[in-house]
Design a protein around this ligand. Sequence first.
Ligand SMILES: CC(C)(COP(=O)(O)OP(=O)(O)OC[C@H]1O[C@@H](n2cnc3c(N)ncnc32)[C@H](O)[C@@H]1OP(=O)(O)O)[C@@H](O)C(=O)NCCC(=O)NCCS
Length: 179
Amino acid sequence: MNIVECDSGLPALRLEPQTAAHAEEMFAVLSDPAIYEFENDPPESLEWLRSRFARLESRQSGDGGEGWLNWVIRFASGDPVGFVQATVRSDGCASVAYVLNSAYWGRGIASRAVRCMISELVGTYGVRRLEAVLKRENRRSMRLLERLGFANAPPDTDAFRALEQDEIAMVLELGNVDV
Ligand SMILES: CC(C)(COP(=O)(O)OP(=O)(O)OC[C@H]1O[C@@H](n2cnc3c(N)ncnc32)[C@H](O)[C@@H]1OP(=O)(O)O)[C@@H](O)C(=O)NCCC(=O)NCCS
């Protein structure tokens, strides 16, 4: 898994393959309650987060069928701001997720980081199709995906069929998109 330098825009961003060694600084980043307005909960403790990050260092599902890729988003100047995540399947499809501390929302940083991850997914992992599942009320996340060219998943797709009632799925076919 590569360190990815996100070339376009300022401040400069870098994606670092996430390891247990990131737990301490990411515990502070991820303890922001604003992140969990729609789903999930803050890390229970630093130890909990460290062991989670350690498990994720395998970079794959238990059966080895999926790539589980997590990168810490960091300003090149030093501070960590959040993470981006991709679950990569052998059919060239990846599910993506992204979380930033709210101190860094509203500046286009998340969009840049996700676009940068998508370039890496395409170039290094051969991904051709992206999916994201989000809570219907998570307008910030929806706007981010729309900016990147995602559209609502058609009802006949797996992503659509697996949804909870309060969720939507969005997809981006990369065949005709310049990333
Ligand atoms: C979802 C999340 C990553 C979106 O963050 P964000 O900062 O709103 O996303 P972006 O980086 O695309 O920034 C967009 C905002 O920055 C503004 N902006 C400023 N400069 C910009 C630029 N150069 N490019 C794009 N947008 C820019 C946009 O106008 C937009 O503002 P708006 O919110 O008023 O519409 C963030 O809200 C988050 O971490 N939420 C908690 C976790 C979560 O819900 N994750 C998603 C689960 S599916």
